[in-house]
Design a protein around this ligand. Structure first.
Ligand code: LRH
Ligand code: MN
Ligand code: MN
Length: 430
């Protein structure tokens, strides 16, 4: 397998941290044993955890006002995969990449698959894009896509999604994620019922062509780019559309796509209870769709989301929604941020495994809110870092991925090999 970070460097870095890690791990194991928790069983689950990296996340994003390109940014999907392979090599938690089409459209899908293969990378859910006009496209998405008033525009958007599925099949993907920005900026601009009916009609046509082993994931978002109304603005609209469409059509929760203070963990529970929770875009947010690194603002919320997921998995161990990161970097090195985020999501998962569920059920049953929340906090407050580090170490990743990455000089090498494109220094998103 091709590895872009020198393995000798990785080995030397790990060696310098190994004995400290072993004592921390032993100490944590002893502490957990006092609560009848076997650290080895938790370690195995941590090692099995994985989350997909968004192809667009390895580039530096922009704001609506400006874009400051990072050094050595990937210029095409192959260079994006190079960066994703580094994230996987060091974090050992991100074996798959989620593509966005047409941003990542390969001229030869087989060649792209082989390129990913050399790194041991796979392709996770495919994302379609009908929120932007593309070159040589007959109709504009200025007033919407799958929900548009014009049948011709809807047909174009439907055809694009079908095309993305066909491409995804060649790459070994198993899901299509649909997010549309369709909506309106002014009261009265759009007929609520008609636009939703048009959306459902459009996705049914896409669903009809979906391979049997694929899922279709509907991603809702409260606002932006539409600022008055958005057709798929909430989990309710997403659920209704998914339910109307078919069994393999599910809802996807992007953590940043809700109003501040919304109880996202309860949305997770509701969708799962009715068999419609299909996947996640993990990130963090303080105000809106901020696309900040996972766990950087509200790690407790992330833990509470995983607390629900672990609860569901106890009943249904084979339940495995699609996990993806979706973040955008303006001020950090995207590789560092993605490695850090993957570990934060993994940390929330591991902590959720430590919740004393018997005790929690008892406190819920006996209406003891103090002890119920203390039971959750007991798991949340544990420092599980030695488990995460050991999981990476035993899987040939880095005990300290960011230190190892910085030491490798990978970014500096990319800066040499990938000079900044002067046409991409302007303003605007992505
Ligand atoms: C929309 C979104 C969606 C897109 C991505 C670029 O805000 O979260 O997932 O595909 O950003
Ligand atoms: Mn998203
Ligand atoms: Mn978003």
């Amino acid at each position: 397998m091709t590895q872009l970070i020198n393995n000798d460097l990785l080995g030397t870095q790990n060696q310098s941290l190994e004995s400290g890690l072993k004592s921390d791990y032993t100490a944590l194991g002893e502490k957990l044993a006092r609560s009848d928790i076997n650290i080895e069983a938790i370690l195995q689950k941590a090692k099995a955890f994985s989350i997909a990296v968004p192809s667009w996340g390895v580039g530096t994003g922009g704001t609506r006002f400006a874009r400051f390109p990072g050094q050595g940014e990937p210029r095409n999907i192959y260079e994006k995969l190079d960066d994703c392979s580094v994230i996987q090599q060091l974090s050992q938690a991100t074996p798959a990449v989620s593509l966005h089409i047409p941003w990542d459209r390969p001229s030869d899908p087989n060649e792209l698959r082989q390129y990913a293969d050399q790194y041991g990378l796979m392709f996770d859910a495919m994302n379609s894009n009908t929120f932007q006009d593309q070159a040589n496209q007959e109709n504009s998405y200025k007033y919407g896509s799958l929900t548009h008033t014009s049948q011709a525009v809807r047909d174009q958007a439907i055809a694009h999604n079908i095309d993305v599925v066909e491409l995804g099949q060649k790459l070994g993907s198993k899901a299509l994620t649909i997010w549309v920005g369709d909506g309106s900026n002014f009261p009265g601009q759009q007929h609520f019922k008609n636009s939703f009916a048009q959306y459902i009609d459009s996705i049914k046509q896409i669903y009809a062509t979906l391979p049997n082993d694929w899922n279709m994931l509907l991603e809702h978002k409260i606002f932006e780019p539409a600022f008055y109304s958005t057709v798929i603005q909430d989990w309710g609209s997403s659920y209704l559309a998914a339910k109307e469409t078919g069994e393999r059509c599910l809802s996807l929760v992007d953590l940043g796509h809700h109003a501040p203070n919304v109880n996202i963990e309860m949305i997770v529970s509701r969708l799962a209870q009715f068999g419609k929770l299909g996947g996640f875009h993990f990130n963090d947010s303080k105000y809106g769709d901020d696309d900040l690194d996972s766990g950087s603002i509200n790690p407790y919320q992330l833990f509470l989301v995983f607390n629900e997921l672990t609860d569901i998995q106890l009943e249904n161990p084979s339940y495995s929604p699609f996990y993806m990161l979706d973040q955008s970097h303006n001020v950090t090195d995207p590789i560092e941020s993605l490695m850090y985020s993957a570990a934060e999501v993994q940390r929330a998962y591991v902590k959720s495994l430590l919740v004393d569920r018997k005790a929690l059920a008892h406190y819920q049953q006996t209406n003891d809110p103090m002890m119920a929340q203390a039971t959750l906090k007991q798991a949340y407050n544990l420092d599980v870092e030695p488990i995460l580090q050991m999981a990476r170490f035993q899987s040939n990743g880095a005990i300290d991925p960011i230190a190892c990455y910085r030491e490798s000089g990978y970014r500096q090498q990319c800066a040499q090999a990938r000079p900044v494109d002067p046409n991409k220094t302007g303003s605007g998103i992505i």
